[in-house]
Design a binder for this molecule. Structure first.
Ligand code: SF4
Length: 363
């Protein structure tokens, strides 16, 4: 079994943001990153035969950019030693603008060719409203400059919207600010109060109508800047789409290493334990075994997150099964999907109501 996509979870952050449900610890990476790297290296060696035709590598977190430089260098070297790559692999890393220095950018650019930086909002009061303490406009601008100087052109930013107290004009200002920078990709997510986070305890609920207006505004503004929407929350010209995510949305296998990382082998999905200590001491992953019919519908639904949905024969090639689900005519009649010349894609309304499509498809 070959995995064309590799994900590595870096479970360290400077401090925890109030809204964040991703697994990370605000521990000193100098203290714990060595043990984390040893375990990742052992697993890369164990799985080397499965990683011989990599199309994408994604360093996510957490905050990969707070890893000490020697650890980063060793990590890159280990991957280069134990994996083989497709001709033009996409190698992405998430970064926090606060941590980016010219030295870090240079080290990272020796291996990575795509950067994704969390900004959330350029407006300090909006960032504070969700307990995000980093990412001032100056830091973001400097970080973009350092990546560019190091030779990385494919830079993306993440924004959040529908934050407490945010107006449509505030979000427009964030979008305008983002597109004024030399970036290639933007992700815009509506804030979700996730259970178990301090932000959830505030009882805040985003206004659905305002969220929908912001989603439309993002589509309009970014299309005018050559970054059309290509997935529910992602915007870029075709050549700068995030290939790692694109492949995963279209049913390709991926191997995830690190605490809380998820993997998929085309049939089963499994998730590593979301605890650095337990992961280090060998707690096995939790396997999500579901019947094949449900898995096929799940894969089909993921592809409908993208504006192009499924090209003719693409679903069949990815899964070996037919995409002829009995519910499709209903979804087409509801105006959520378009079926044409063997391709199936969501309408704009379908993208906006993707969760509803999921309910109908998985029911
Ligand atoms: S949002 Fe990003 S920086 Fe903040 S805690 Fe979560 S992973 Fe860390």
């Amino acid at each position: 079994m070959q995995y064309p996509n590799l994900y590595i979870h870096v479970p360290f952050c400077l401090r925890k943001c109030n809204y964040c449900a991703f697994y990370s610890v605000s521990a000193d990476p100098e203290k714990y990153a060595g043990a984390w790297l040893d375990k990742i290296s052992q697993q890369l060696m164990r799985d080397t035969q499965k990683l011989q035709n990599l199309k994408t590598v994604y360093f996510g977190g957490g905050t990969p950019s707070i890893l000490p430089l020697p650890i980063l260098k060793q990590l890159f070297k280990t991957i280069q030693t134990h994996c083989n790559f497709d001709q033009f692999p996409e190698i992405s890393m998430e970064a926090n603008p606060e941590t980016v220095t010219p030295e870090l950018a240079e080290t990272v650019a020796g291996f990575v060719n795509r950067i994704s930086m969390g900004v959330q909002s350029f407006k300090p009061t909006l960032r504070e409203a969700v307990g995000r303490h980093t990412g001032s406009p100056d830091m973001v601008e400097n970080a973009v400059k350092y990546w560019k100087m190091a030779g990385i052109d494919n830079i993306g930013l993440d924004l959040l919207y529908a934050l407490p107290g945010e107006t449509l004009a505030d979000f427009q200002a964030d979008l305008d600010h983002a597109v004024s920078l030399p970036i290639r990709h933007l992700s815009c997510y509506s804030i979700i109060p996730e259970e178990g986070t301090p932000f959830y305890q505030t009882g805040y609920e985003p206004d659905d109508e305002l969220s929908a207006d912001m989603w439309e505004l993002a589509g309009d503004i970014l299309a005018r800047h050559n970054m059309p929407r290509y997935e529910i929350s992602n915007y870029a010209a075709p050549e700068f789409r995030a290939k790692h995510n694109w492949n995963i949305w279209h049913g390709e296998p991926y191997l995830g290493l690190g605490p809380s990382a998820a993997s998929f082998d085309g049939t089963d999905r499994w998730t590593e334990v979301p605890s650095l200590e337990k992961w280090l001491t060998g707690t096995p992953p939790e396997v999500d075994k579901i019947d094949r019919a449900t898995r096929l519908r799940e894969i089909f639904l993921m592809g409908l997150r993208t504006v192009e949905g499924w090209a003719p024969g693409e679903f069949e090639k990815a899964t070996g099964a037919s995409a002829d689900f009995p519910v499709l005519p209903t979804l087409v009649n509801q105006g959520w999907l378009i079926k044409k010349d063997g391709a199936i894609r969501p309408t704009e309304k379908g993208l906006n109501f993707w969760n509803e499509i999921g309910v109908d498809l998985l029911d």
